[in-house]
Ligand binder design. Structure first.
Ligand code: PHE
Length: 356
């Protein structure tokens, strides 16, 4: 028994890894191991012999088992030390700064516009991007046969056979929010409604999805003069200058009468867009006095109330202010573009702290 002890304790001490240790365990105390076989021989012994050999064999088995587990722990520790040495981390290496994201120019400009109109008493209204053709067209005095429907390059939602819900469209402008806001709040009302709009159109200044901000002011005595003042105040505050030139052009929209489109003087010289100089004009908005039929469709009595509305291209005025020549790049998600034109996340535009 002493021989057995010396043999296995020696082998365990010399085992180089956990696999070798497992082999030794099987050899010594496994079912057919040397010590287990010895235990089976107990049966053949006389009761006296058994009385000394039994406990001694059990003690030897315990001793070998604890040597095995002690060695196992030692091998695990050694393996961990080895790994830690191999994967040593040099904490004195200079760090690689995490890139912070930026605010997209469209979000920034939407905030700027909201801050300016909030200062003039406008609150923010919203409507769905998928709307019925009633809200997008009919309620705005654009009947089914009207050429404005075709001109808008409308995206119609697919309708399954037998579906008799009203036809839905991707809204082609933010004007349906005029109707929804008046239905909900009646008159007087003063709101802006920024959001996404959709038209099938694609070139340097058109993308199939773009952004507008609708304005609506209804009260007892609101006139075109108020519209002009509000727009001029807006343009001055937005471009942070006193001398931006606006051009009001007589125009036509089914939902306003009279109507005016407003252009802003700019130049595209050398591919860079500059505002306030040059011989080019960029149309930034449509506007006018809300048509009596539109008021009526939204449940507001046109004999009592009147006011103006406008719809401005957010992307357009973002291009102008920040000198971004191609509208399509807004929606390419090119990280280099976003880092170049994006805004610091915590610089929230306000009129007193600065817009841009
Ligand atoms: N909805 C018009 C457009 O998208 C703009 C507009 C809004 C014109 C409100 C007049 C009044 O072109």
């Amino acid at each position: 028994m002493d021989d057995l002890r010396d043999k296995y304790l020696g082998l365990i001490a010399a085992a180089g890894d956990e696999a070798a240790l497992e082999d030794l365990r099987v050899q010594a105390v496994g079912k057919k191991g040397e010590i287990s076989l010895k235990m089976r021989e107990l049966g053949k012994m006389s009761p006296e012999e058994r009385q000394t050999a039994g406990p001694a064999l059990n003690a030897l088995k315990d001793e070998i088992n604890s040597a095995l587990s002690a060695k196992k722990v030692a091998l695990e520790d050694a393996a961990l030390d080895e790994r830690l040495r191999g994967e040593r981390l040099d904490v004195t290496l200079p760090g690689r700064g995490r890139r912070t994201g930026t605010i997209h120019p469209i979000s920034q400009v939407t905030e700027e516009v909201t801050a300016i109109f909030a200062d003039m008493g406008f609150s923010v209204a919203e409507g769905p991007q998928i709307d019925t053709d009633w809200y997008n067209f009919d309620a705005l005095n654009i009947p089914g046969h009207h050429p404005a429907r075709a001109e808008m390059d409308t995206f119609y939602m697919h309708r399954a056979e037998g579906d008799n819900r009203p036809p839905h469209v991707l809204r082609t402008h933010t004007s349906p929010v005029q109707i929804r806001s008046m239905e909900k709040h009646g008159a007087p009302i003063r709101v802006i409604a920024p959001g996404r709009v959709y038209r099938a159109d694609y070139d340097q200044t058109h993308t199939p999805m773009f952004h507008q901000v609708e304005g609506l002011a209804i009260d007892k005595d609101i006139s075109m003069a108020n519209l002009k003042w509000v727009l001029e105040e807006f343009v001055k505050a937005y471009f942070e200058v006193d001398d931006v030139e606006l051009r009001f052009r007589a125009s036509h929209f089914p939902f306003t009468e009279p109507s005016a489109e407003v252009d802003i003087r700019c130049s595209w010289e050398g591919g860079t867009l500059k505002v306030g100089e040059g011989d080019d004009w960029l149309e930034i908005l449509g506007s006018g006095m809300v048509h009596p039929k539109v008021l009526q469709n939204a449940g507001v009595d046109p004999n009592e109330w009147q006011g103006f509305a406008f719809g401005m291209g957010i992307d357009r005025i973002a291009m102008l202010k920040y000198g971004i020549p191609d509208l399509r790049a807004f929606f390419d998600s090119d990280l280099r573009w976003l880092r170049h034109y994006g805004f610091a996340a915590l610089d929230v535009p306000t009129l007193h702290a600065g817009l841009s």
